[in-house]
Design a binder for this molecule. Structure first.
Ligand SMILES: C[S@@+](CC[C@H](N)C(=O)[O-])C[C@H]1O[C@@H](n2cnc3c(N)ncnc32)[C@H](O)[C@@H]1O
Length: 218
């Protein structure tokens, strides 16, 4: 591996699990880079959450989308999970008022160790983190089991690898769509936000008939 490749790998690791000084820098970029904020707000809007909805965000980072979702779910609840202690701390600060009002609950855990929820969820969001999950197909199946029939999921991706282009985004969207379909979600639609590189967000539904999908594993 060349020096440049090692640097890139170290930076990617910080976005996958922010910690220490490098993690603070990655968290700052996630919270303040204009395109990052735009993509989070836009992806959250595609879920069309209603005031009473119960929504989960996986991999909330500094909590920008959590704040956006909480602004819409005034009578519901927003849950967030992220395995980074540093991001939990940052997102807590950003959403302190809503947490005090018990409208937001943030939990430090990995997507492969999902918490229990007392009631089914109405919607699930994940922005730029499916690629970091262990066995995404299996996690998506488990996430589908948390949704009510008719509940929605939105997976957004803005490829940040060096040299990423519109084609990289198109391929990422296709991969997300295939994963969702394989996990038993239906009515998958691809939406695009024209940034550089573009953001793709695939929105899909948990079918009302409770089909178990092709990849059921427990
Ligand atoms: C690139 S950041 C994106 C953060 C935020 N969604 C955004 O778009 O600004 C990826 C986030 O996903 C979290 N993450 C990665 N793998 C995870 C896993 N297995 N379980 C929970 N969170 C995870 C990381 O800690 C990080 O906060």
């Amino acid at each position: 591996m060349t020096f440049k490749q090692r640097v890139i790998a170290a930076v990617v690791r910080q976005f996958g699990h922010p910690r220490g000084l490098g993690g603070r820098a990655a968290g700052w970029v996630m919270a303040h880079r204009r395109s990052n904020r735009q993509r989070s707000t836009w992806a959250a809007s595609l879920l069309d959450v209603q005031p009473g909805d119960r929504v989960l965000e996986v991999g909330f980072g500094p909590g920008v989308a959590i704040a956006e979702l909480a602004g819409h779910t005034t009578e519901g609840r927003v849950y967030g999970i992220d395995h980074s202690e540093l991001m939990l701390h940052k997102a807590y600060k950003r959403n302190a008022a809503a947490i005090r009002q018990e409208r937001v609950e943030l939990i430090r855990t990995s997507v492969d160790q999902l918490p229990r929820f007392d009631l089914p969820l109405d919607a699930i969001l994940a922005v730029n983190n499916v690629g970091f999950w262990p066995d995404p197909a299996e996690q998506l199946h488990k996430l589908r089991n948390l949704l009510r029939p008719g509940g929605r999921i939105a997976l957004a991706s803005q490829p940040r690898c060096p040299g990423a282009t519109k084609d990289t985004t198109i391929r990422a969207a296709q991969e997300l769509r295939d994963l969702l379909t394989g996990a038993g979600f239906t009515a998958a639609s691809v939406h695009t936000l024209d940034l550089d590189p573009p953001v793709a967000c695939v929105v899909a539904t948990n079918p009302a008939n409770g089909s178990t999908g092709q990849l059921r594993r427990q």
